[in-house]
Design a protein around this ligand. Structure first.
Ligand code: B3K
Ligand code: ZN
Length: 883
């Protein structure tokens, strides 16, 4: 067993802390090899807890001194905890002083205090603070922090921490100091410090409430010209939270700092957000439209945490969705509101649902399935999942649907009135929304609604319609069920809001509404109809469920042509494509025999040529469902076969709509001066898809015109979106011009790490034609620019292959699995969080066709058999192997 190996933690075991920490004074002497940390705290016993010893968490620390009220004291170290038994009795506050050192330069886990590019950064959520000093490292212990930073002035001219800068000055030997005071109490996971050579973009703003604030975005020298979009996004976030929820910025100063070594996207530390450079830096030359929109939503997300997460935080980590689900919901709403137009809002909704269905649904059906509020974990870092985040956001969205937009805003106001400054639970949140809307169905059915927090698995709605021509009545029966998940064999019915519409025989809408399904099965009756309607069910994707309805092609074509709900219009196109893909997979058709029927082709042509639909929406409709989404519809999965079928469908669509793609490309390729707004990025997306399709069509015909045009486009493009789309068109179509273009791309952006990540990812994610991708991936790993310690780079090569390229990864010779197994083990010794994410690439192994299934199992077992695995990886592989 590794030292400090943890046991399973259960939600039901929650106990209030035995001590409170009121104030913390931290003094850091920053040094990469040995940083000294003096921690002076004021503690007192919690009168509501059973008297017991003080147990402070610590990890990878060298302990030099412990003083209680200025005196030496006895202590012991037990399971990575500093245990103090002889503390003053009674409830009076006492002083505790702890002096430790740590080694930031050796910290490859990127948790706690670490060094990246000769600067210091911290990451404390969830349990990183204990790698900085001994502490009650749990979110319900909230303290006031004062932080003194001391470091060499030339090497670390900028010294930042949470809150306000109250003092700074020079010290002896070329050193200097800065003192920061955070005016808000906070849990340790929100602590941050940054020190290094950084420059910043500044913006002063005045809030609606008339208060002045300083906004800053810190980056490395040379990157300042890529910070405008992040700053604009931050200003938009501040304005949006005031306008939509009446929540103002509560700090004089709000800072964002970018680092290229970061385990995830960004972190909402109070007043000092630390970001992965990927979600800060953007210029039209280096960032794509997708990067621009991701920056907007991540900047928004972290900023919105200032209220939902920081002002009101989680009582324990099982409540993670309290802040994450709610904040994802808020950032989704923010992006929709900024998009403006109803059609652009719908595009954002479709993109969000696509993430949910391609990532969260498989999670909810696999060995790591867990409720939005989990009941147990071995390693909390494994539960920063699409379930807690994205499904959690859907649960909040359903609450808004049930109480209405205004009612939801009222509920949020009550939530802050009750809980500001406290660490609370998901129950507290749901209760506040319900109490603010006492007449709502949410309030009346709250215990049943809360099953969304406690029951895992994706519910299925089976819908069946019956039309009685004599009476003109349509009956729709809706039945719900939810499959068993680990530890939860039986499920009770959920509350499911179902957006409904009925289309008449001429395609016009003859009725719509919202039905709230509460029983296992209900039948709805719609009288007074002139003919059999086509039901449009689950409009706007009103609940995170799988809808089963035996739609005929005619019905789907009618919905695709006429539905007034853009989500279901898109969904109809996806269903048409999925049905065909499944048909080809079952028939075992050879790729050459895969030909799409003319009804489907014509429907796609009509959308593509439609005079009024947005380009962004067209691009979504014309994009076939992802391979992972198709895989979820099958009981036995052969990833290579799915890939071959989808590719053949794509190529046939390319050929059959050849002239339409030409038109689409020519009509959408010029967008004037670069703007990352929804309309122009939609046009670029459609032009990019058209170019790929044209290059794919050329693959079969051997015609070199379009690959030549793509190369030309690649060379002269004025922005990264167009340049990258052109390069991708060549790589995806496997054209020989891809090689020189890739070389040129590397030479052009050799000094742009985020662009090099794209270069690596494109190659590792390329379609496999004859097994060439795995050797290419291995080759990329020996490239001088590859560095497995940098999470962005590791993800761009290893994850792009193992997690995002199923057709290339699931090789019959199992070489992909051997590679995976070796990388999981290698990464685990460097950075367990990143390793555990990679370990999840084989979550769905049980569905694989033989011999893949057996080979995958063997690979997982090989990882599991390794002694000294981290808790992170151990939990993932143990669950994968359990029944
Ligand atoms: N709260 C952080 C995630 C921390 C992950 C720790 N393993 C970022 C976010 O969700 O905003
Ligand atoms: Zn978050």
């Amino acid at each position: 067993m590794r030292e400090g190996q943890a046991n399973v933690i259960y939600r039901a075991d929650y106990q209030a802390p035995a001590f409170w920490i009121d104030t913390v004074e931290l003094c850091f002497d920053l040094d990469p090899a040995k940083t000294r940390v003096l921690n002076k705290m004021k503690l007192r016993r919690n009168p509501d807890a059973v008297p017991q010893a003080l147990r402070l968490d610590g990890e990878d620390l060298n302990l030099a001194r412990v003083l209680v009220n200025g005196q030496g004291t006895s202590f012991k170290i037990e399971n990575n905890q500093l245990v103090l038994e002889n503390l003053p009795e009674g409830y009076e506050p006492f002083d505790l002083e702890i002096f430790t050192t740590c080694a930031p330069a050796k910290n490859t886990k990127l948790m706690g205090l670490y060094v990246s590019n000769d600067s210091f950064f911290t990451q404390c959520e969830a349990e990183g603070f204990r790698r900085i000093t001994y502490f009650l490292d749990r979110p319900d212990v909230m303290a006031s922090y004062t932080v003194l930073l001391r470091a060499d002035k030339a090497r670390y001219p900028v010294l930042l921490s949470n809150g306000n800068l109250v003092d700074q000055g020079a010290l002896e030997d070329g050193r200097h100091y800065a003192k920061w005071v955070d005016p808000f109490r906070k849990p340790s996971y929100l602590f941050a410090l940054v020190a290094g050579q950084l420059v910043c973009r500044e913006q002063r703003i005045t809030s609606r409430a008339g208060k002045d604030h300083l906004l800053q975005v810190y980056v490395r020298p040379g990157d300042l010209d890529k910070t405008e979009h992040a700053m604009n996004s931050l200003m938009a976030s501040v304005a949006w939270d005031e306008a939509r929820f009446g929540l103002s910025l509560d700090l004089e100063r709000f800072m964002i700092v970018a680092t290229s070594d970061f385990n995830m996207g960004a972190m909402e530390n109070k007043g000092l957000n630390v970001f992965n450079t990927k979600y800060v830096l953007a210029s039209q030359a280096t960032a794509t439209d997708t990067d621009y929109s991701n920056i907007e939503s991540v900047v928004g997300h972290e900023y919105f945490h200032n209220w939902t997460g920081n002002r009101v935080t989680c009582r324990d980590w099982f409540q993670l969705s309290l802040k994450e689900g709610l904040t994802v919901f808020r950032d989704q709403e923010f992006s929709q509101d900024l998009a403006g137009e109803p059609s652009a809002r719908a595009v954002k909704r479709i993109e969000d649902v696509r993430v949910l269905r391609t990532a969260q649904f498989p999670e909810d059906a696999g060995p790591m399935a867990h409720p939005v509020r989990p009941d147990q974990y071995l390693e909390i870092n494994n539960f920063y999942t699409v379930t807690v985040y994205e499904k959690g956001a859907e649960v909040v969205r359903m609450m808004q649907t049930l109480v209405g937009r205004e009612g939801f805003a009222r509920g949020m106001a009550l939530y802050f009135e009750r809980h500001d400054g406290h660490a609370v639970t998901c129950d507290d949140f749901a209760q506040a929304i319900a109490d603010a809307n006492p007449e709502s169905q949410l309030a009346k059915l709250l215990p049943q609604f809360k099953r969304w927090y406690s029951q895992a698995g994706t519910p299925r709605i089976n819908a069946a319609g019956q039309y009685d021509a004599a009476s003109g009545t349509y009956e729709l029966t809706l039945s719900q069920s939810c499959p068993a998940t680990p530890g939860q064999p039986d499920k009770l019915p959920f509350i499911i809001p179902i957006g409904l519409g009925l289309l008449g025989p001429d395609g016009r809408e003859v009725g719509n509404g919202m039905h709230v399904l509460t029983e296992a099965s209900e039948t709805l009756s719609f009288p007074g109809l002139q003919g059999e309607p086509v039901p449009s069910i689950l409009r706007g994707f009103s609940a995170p469920v799988i809808l089963e309805f035996d739609y005929s092609d005619e019905q789907l074509l009618a919905l695709l042509a006429h539905d007034t709900d853009p989500f279901n219009r898109w969904e109809a196109g996806q269903r048409l494509a999925v049905n065909r893909a499944i048909g080809f997979i079952r028939e075992a058709a050879t790729p050459q025999d895969i030909r799409l029927d003319s009804a489907y082709i014509e429907a796609m042509r009509t959308i593509l040529r439609h005079p009024t639909l947005d380009a962004a929406f067209k691009e979504l409709v014309l994009t076939l469902p992802a391979e992972t989404y198709i895989a979820e519809q099958l009981d036995v999965v052969d990833p290579q076969r799915i890939h071959a079928v989808r590719e053949a469908m794509r190529e046939h669509l390319a050929q059959a709509l050849y002239e339409d793609w030409q038109w689409a490309y020519e009509a959408h390729r010029e967008n004037g001066a670069y703007q990352p707004d929804a309309v122009s990025s939609g046009r670029r997306a459609l032009a990019g898809l058209a170019l790929t399709q044209l290059c794919l069509a050329a693959r079969r015909s051997g015609d070199a015109v379009w690959p030549g045009k793509a190369l030309q486009r690649f060379k002269v493009a004025s922005n990264m979106t167009d340049r990258f789309n052109a390069l991708a068109a060549l790589v995806i179509s496997g054209h020989e011009l891809a090689r020189p273009a890739l070389q040129k791309f590397h030479a052009m952006f050799a000094n742009e790490p985020l662009v090099l990540d794209k270069w690596f990812a494109l190659q590792a994610g390329a379609p496999d034609r004859g097994g060439q991708v795995l050797p290419a991936v291995k080759h990329l790993m020996s490239h001088p620019d590859f560095n497995i310690r940098n999470p962005n780079r590791a993800r761009s090569v290893i994850f792009s292959y193992c997690s995002a390229n199923p057709g290339a990864f699931h090789r019959p010779d199992a070489a992909g699995y051997v590679f995976w197994c070796e990388r999981v083990i290698e990464l685990d010794t460097i950075n367990p969080q990143v390793a555990a994410r990679l370990a999840r690439a084989l979550d769905r192994w049980k569905k694989l066709v033989e011999p893949l299934r057996g080979a995958a199992r063997e690979a997982i077992a090989r990882v599991a058999a390794k002694p000294d695995l981290s808790n992170d990886v151990r939990e993932v592989v143990t669950r994968a192997l359990s029944d």
